[in-house]
Design a protein around this ligand. Structure first.
Ligand code: MEV
Length: 444
């Protein structure tokens, strides 16, 4: 039987490390390796973000310059471990900056919370919101919503809905405007605070009380956020696409690009990868600004499958006037105040770099970053293929992993130009050059 480590979370960090060494036979340098990535005075802050924190896990914080979004210039902060993402975003951003930039519209920022309950009474009696329920619940959470209302947000709507396929199961759906915060904590606090008052209302209501009390199953926000929709577009005359077209004419490029996007609209397997390339950009901004990337991802994928089939989030049109139009629709529930956006020093810095944007502005920036990466990825795929660009960065990663010196890196970058790169080939190159009597690349 598996041996449980009891009371682990209550141990000090040192005790936790000792327990792990004891239970898992970890090497003697385990504590020093963990220690190496801890930072000075601010470590306590990072320790408190999560439980059982032993050290930090670093990811590169980079920037993609030259973004022009809705007429404003940005240097976009991106946190990603994938080597080509920032370069791809930058390339696209520079190109589109010279062609009118990214144009976005944030349609709304409403989010939805759900209180799910079972009730044995007739569905007819819950076919609409019982009179008096909304003011009763709104009043019950007034102390929680006061500050949000001062900022222009709060509860905007309540609806009572039967579940789609479960008899006797209902949801009270509550819509919230959380202004510049993502608002997950606020929404969940309000919903939990409403549970008791909801029961009270049923108990006192003369029409419904004879059928007994509801049984509350759960209360939680929904990460399905189709209302937080951002649309983004870029466009230019087709003949201006020449710098992107590689060996193709601008028109051939535009047609191939459209076909590639159409394939992602039609075929789910391709759509998932197409959207992944898009999210390479969006997620990097979501992470850099301390937003919840799991929430964004879940909402985005549900939206991509909204008509019952998972499809591309972007689409391409070639107009009869020879215009190339590339459009994106993406739901993004993001915030610029509260949670990690305020607490994480690097998220704060990222937001400063963006000029302290509102939530809506940040949603536009994250959408544009996604579109930039999507444009770059599809451009590479239909011209040179992606490996050419990826491999140089991949080579650097392999060389770093093999602890190559700066001279060895320069030699390797020269040597591997135009050659196939694999971990094995790089290892062999390094071994041979290290064993060679004279410095320099091995002769082959
Ligand atoms: C790799 O991270 C992303 C791509 O696969 C996206 C795509 O295929 O569109 C290149």
């Amino acid at each position: 039987m598996t041996q449980l480590i009891k009371g682990f979370s209550k141990l000090s960090r040192e005790e936790k490390i000792n327990q792990l060494i004891k239970h898992f036979g970890l090497p003697a340098d385990f504590p020093t390796r963990l220690e190496r990535y801890r930072i000075g005075e601010e470590q306590a802050l990072f320790d408190d973000f999560s439980e059982n924190t032993l050290t930090n896990f670093f990811l590169p914080f980079g920037v993609a310059p030259n973004f022009r979004i809705d007429g404003k210039s940005y240097v976009v902060p991106m946190v990603t471990e994938e080597s080509s993402v920032v370069a791809a975003a930058s390339r696209s951003a520079s190109f589109w900056a010279g062609h009118g930039g990214f144009k976005t519209t944030v349609h709304d920022t409403q989010k939805v919370g759900q209180i799910w309950f079972r009730w044995k009474g007739p569905t007819l009696l819950l076919s609409s919101l019982p009179e008096g329920l909304e003011p009763h619940l709104t009043q019950a959470v007034a102390s929680l919503t006061l500050n949000m209302e001062k900022r222009g947000g709060g509860i905007t709507r309540m609806q009572l809905l039967p579940s789609r396929g479960l008899p006797g199961i209902y949801q009270l759906q509550v819509n919230f405007n959380t202004v510049d915060s993502m608002g997950a904590n606020f929404i969940n606090s309000c919903l939990e605070e409403m549970k008791e008052p909801l029961l009270e209302f049923f108990a006192k209501d003369p029409r419904r009380s004879p059928f007994g009390q509801p049984e509350i199953i759960m209360a939680i926000l929904s990460n399905h956020t189709p209302e937080c929709l951002v649309t983004c577009s870029v466009e230019c005359p087709i003949d201006e696409l020449t710098p992107m077209a590689g060996n193709f004419s601008a028109l051939e490029f535009a047609q191939r690009f459209k076909t590639a996007v159409d394939i992602a609209l039609d075929d789910t397997s391709r759509a998932v990868t197409h959207n992944k390339g898009l999210l390479n950009g969006t997620d990097a901004v979501v992470l850099a600004t301390g937003n919840d990337f799991r929430a964004v991802e879940a909402g985005v994928h549900a939206f991509a499958a909204r008509d019952g089939r998972y499809r591309s989030l972007s689409r391409c049109t070639l107009t009869p006037e020879n215009h190339f139009l590339f459009e994106l629709a993406i739901p993004l529930a993001m915030g610029t105040v509260g949670g990690l956006t305020t607490l994480h020093p690097m998220a704060a810095l990222a937001l400063e770099l963006l000029g302290k944007p509102s939530a809506k502005e940040l949603m536009s920036i994250a959408a544009a970053a996604g579109m930039a990466n999507n444009f770059s990825a599809v451009t590479s795929l239909i011209t040179t293929g992606i490996q050419k660009g990826h491999m140089k960065l991949h080579l650097t990663n392999l060389l770093n992993a093999l602890e190559a010196s700066e001279t060895e890196k320069t030699n390797a970058l020269n040597y591997f130009q135009g050659k196939a790169i694999s971990a094995n080939a790089v290892r062999t190159f390094l071994n041979e050059s290290r064993n060679a009597p004279h410095p320099g690349p091995p002769s082959r």
